[in-house]
Design a protein around this ligand. Structure first.
Ligand SMILES: NC(=O)c1ccc[n+]([C@@H]2O[C@H](COP(=O)([O-])OP(=O)(O)OC[C@H]3O[C@@H](n4cnc5c(N)ncnc54)[C@H](OP(=O)(O)O)[C@@H]3O)[C@@H](O)[C@H]2O)c1
Length: 265
């Protein structure tokens, strides 16, 4: 079987570099080209063999010369949308890991997929452990009246709470069908000591340099607690999810949102 031909958009970013290494390790996948905003050389050496692949700031040129089956994007929301438009019109499948896409963006991607007969896998969180935690939390939400989330990330993260914590809270509320019980504190001695609150779920955000990304969801009923804890210690944790998405992208059609849709949960 021919290897799936992959182009990485945002190739020199933190995620892009990791994706090149991960794809390069897979026998069923092949890095055939790379795109980055500023390039100073025409070729990029692959980590395993030092084989040179075309490297450019011009995605259209790379699509034309490298003929990929899948483009993987890890850039920023605006750049990702421009890459999606260019790639879709060339009937090439997409895996988009970039965060911050709006509902309008997703609607546009769905339409581009329909018009061009391709698949676009948009995955805000590629961490298998995190997706599984969300699934387990959905199950537990039906059986416990109280829950709080502690999410922990590196100190450079710009937003709080994390998108994953909000998505977890929403998933638990949807599964439960009503708010959780939120014990009000009569006297808050320090402002915001109880964190943020969503549907009766207190959410606490830790920002420390030693963390990459993680969250703990602590359920409670009378006389017991149940904790679900997940932590990613480095970006390698996202790679099995990225590799899975690339392999699925060539088998599917249309917009596919979230890693959970690719797992038999
Ligand atoms: N789905 C997930 O599981 C997951 C996990 C981690 C991160 N992310 C998301 O993935 C995205 C990238 O994260 P990161 O940590 O890799 O960020 P990063 O290190 O800043 O990488 C982004 C790369 O894209 C490049 N870029 C920007 N504009 C471009 C353009 N017009 N054409 C080509 N390349 C361009 C950037 O170049 P410059 O530096 O020169 O601007 C940079 O090299 C973010 O949205 C992040 O939130 C998602």
């Amino acid at each position: 079987m021919e290897a799936i031909r992959v182009v990485i958009h945002g190739a020199l970013g933190k995620m892009g570099r990791q994706v090149i290494e991960a794809v390069d390790r897979e026998t069923e996948l092949k890095v055939v080209g790379a795109v980055e905003k500023r390039v100073t050389q025409q070729y990029l050496a692959l980590p395993s063999t030092s084989e040179l692949v075309p490297f450019s700031s011009d995605l259209s040129f790379i699509l034309g010369s490298c003929r990929p089956d899948v483009v993987v994007d890890f850039t920023n929301a605006e750049t990702a949308m421009s890459a999606v438009r260019i790639t879709a019109r060339r009937q090439v499948n997409l895996v988009v890991g970039t965060s911050g896409l709006s509902q309008d963006n997703l609607d546009e991607i769905a339409e581009l997929c329909r018009d061009n007969g391709i698949a676009a896998l948009v995955v805000p969180n590629f961490s298998l452990g995190s997706v599984l935690l969300m699934n387990f939390a959905r199950v537990a939400a039906k059986f416990f009246s109280h829950v709080e989330i502690v999410e922990m990330h590196h100190d450079k993260k710009i937003d709080a709470p994390s998108g994953t914590a909000i998505a977890t809270a929403k998933a638990m509320l949807e599964a439960r069908g009503e708010s959780f019980i939120y014990p009000r504190t009569e006297k808050e001695v320090l402002a915001n000591a109880r964190g943020g609150q969503m549907g009766g779920i207190a959410i606490h955000s830790l920002r420390l340099p030693g963390f990459v990304a993680g969250q703990e969801v602590i359920f409670s009923g009378a006389g017991q607690t149940l904790s679900l804890h997940h932590e990613a210690v480095n970006r390698e944790s996202y790679m099995p999810g990225v590799v899975l998405a690339i392999k699925e992208a060539v088998k599917r059609k249309g917009l596919i949102y979230g890693l959970h849709t690719l797992l038999d949960l």
